[in-house]
Write a new protein. Sequence first.
Length: 419
Amino acid sequence: MLHDESFFLRQRQQFPSLQRQLQGHPVVYLDGPAGTQVPQRVMQAMVDYLTRHNANHGGCFATSRESDALLHEAHRAAADLLGADDPDCVFFGSNMTTLTMAVSRALSQTWQPGDEVLVTRLDHDANVTPWALAARDRGVVVRFVEIHREDGTLDLDDLRSKLGDRTRLVAVGCASNALGTINPVADICRWARQAGALTFLDAVHYAPHAAIDVAAWGADFLVCSAYKFFGPHVGLMWGRRDLLESLPAYKVRPAPADLPGKWMTGTQNHEGIAGTLAAIDYLADLGRDATGQPSLDRRPALLAAFAAIGRYERQLGQHLLAGLLQIPELQVWGIADEARWAQRLPTISITHRQWRAAEVAERLGRAGIFVWAGNYYALQLTETLGLEPDGMVRLGLVHYNTIQEVDRTLAELAQQAPP
Ligand SMILES: Cc1ncc(COP(=O)(O)O)c(C=O)c1O
């Protein structure tokens, strides 16, 4: 019996899709890093919005005012999730990639030819190519932070050596969506600030697992996506107020020039934002339940949720890691030392000595275990590790997974080994 197991099995009941069966067996969803399952209340919030409140915002009638109120509350919830004190500095959009493209276009207006931006070989391409494209347009140099291949961590000496007078921006992930590596973002933000550079943090992979804290980290921008933390397909971004106010946003007329509207182009996905609010409140309620304090405010409740989730995921993740290391045909990429668990999330990528990644994923899929194979857009990484074109198989645990699911996955992988 794991610590907190019955508590998390109860949370699991809130996710209708987890009832799905394939050939008489429950499906095992290990595809969370590509998008998590959604609790009933998130779906309900979206249906309620469309049923009872659907309207454009800013009007003088009931449904429009209700839409305004929803947006207001969603900004507050998102600020609580990100550790920001100003809800106007959080804005919504289609997804992380689209938001990053927009902000990169605006930010690059402040760059001069010969300036530099620093990206990493560990990041998802959505935190690399938007910067590379903006740099190309402005005559700016893109420099790459290398990784330690043996454990999939960033080479922090390399990062520091590449920070200099010319660095305008450091774009880095909070955690790798491929290897689960957690980056020391507070240190990186500090080093960047000392060099006079801004930081752009990609928290997409980190968000379902651990508490984000833009204020404590000293970030300048942070972006994530609700569909990775139990919500619908909506992107969220936070930025420092002075930057959001001073940067030139690409806007149509007569769209608002004040925050947050300045950065939200076109009519928003209100039902998706309703679902995002419900996902954040799902997590806050998980924290209230975990502590037995139903009246906790949202931010402390979210911190409590992520403390409980972290403890539980660690048990699942360590069990998975230990089991994988015992199957001789498998190679685990990234941090494989249990003692260094604090440096990783329970997202574990493997390769099989005999089968291609796509074949392993196919076999697991037939057995009702849903995983991804390939590079998951962490293309710099798979190229650096010499793993193109096949990539790796990614086993992504979140808090609705169970120890039985981990055992079933391990048994299936062990069976795939040649006798
Ligand atoms: C770490 C990371 N960053 C960025 C993205 C892109 O997010 P979106 O689909 O919201 O554009 C993903 C999606 O998989 C991701 O895992």
